[in-house]
Design a protein around this ligand. Structure first.
Ligand code: DGP
Length: 114
């Protein structure tokens, strides 16, 4: 837990968040600035700055994050497909330096992203 980290503070219920799922290790909440009808952020409770800092020691929590995105996609009715995105570093658009996966769906996605 980093007191300076927005997502750590949402996970600690120190700041408001529209939380859709939480467990001992992972959390999911709706993005404040949704880019699709469904736009949910999935994070580990542990403060990992980005995917670049992930190691094999994080295998368990990463599996939990992916399993959670599948469950949420089912819950949200995203049977046509959805997109999972992790931005890494400022040049890629990472604005909150706490590992998060964007789960986006409910509209047709284009490729490549901007
Ligand atoms: P990224 O730019 O990839 O680091 O994604 C960060 C996302 O976090 C961005 O889509 C907006 C979202 N966000 C920023 N501040 C808040 C907040 O206070 N609450 C919620 N729910 N989402 C936030």
């Amino acid at each position: 837990m980093s007191r300076d980290c927005l997502f750590c503070r949402i996970a600690a219920h120190d700041l408001d968040g529209d939380i859709v799922f939480e467990s001992e290790d992972v959390l999911a909440f709706r993005d404040i600035n949704p880019q699709a009808p469904t736009h949910i952020l999935v994070i580990p409770r542990e403060h990992i700055p980005s995917a670049h800092e992930v190691s094999s020691a994080h295998a368990g929590v990463l599996a939990q994050m992916y399993a959670l995105t599948s469950k949420l996609a089912d819950d949200e009715g995203l049977s046509e497909g959805y997109r999972l995105v992790s931005n890494v570093g400022p040049a890629a658009g990472e604005s909150v330096p706490h590992l998060h996966m964007h789960l986006m769906g409910g509209r047709t996605m284009t490729w490549p992203p901007g």
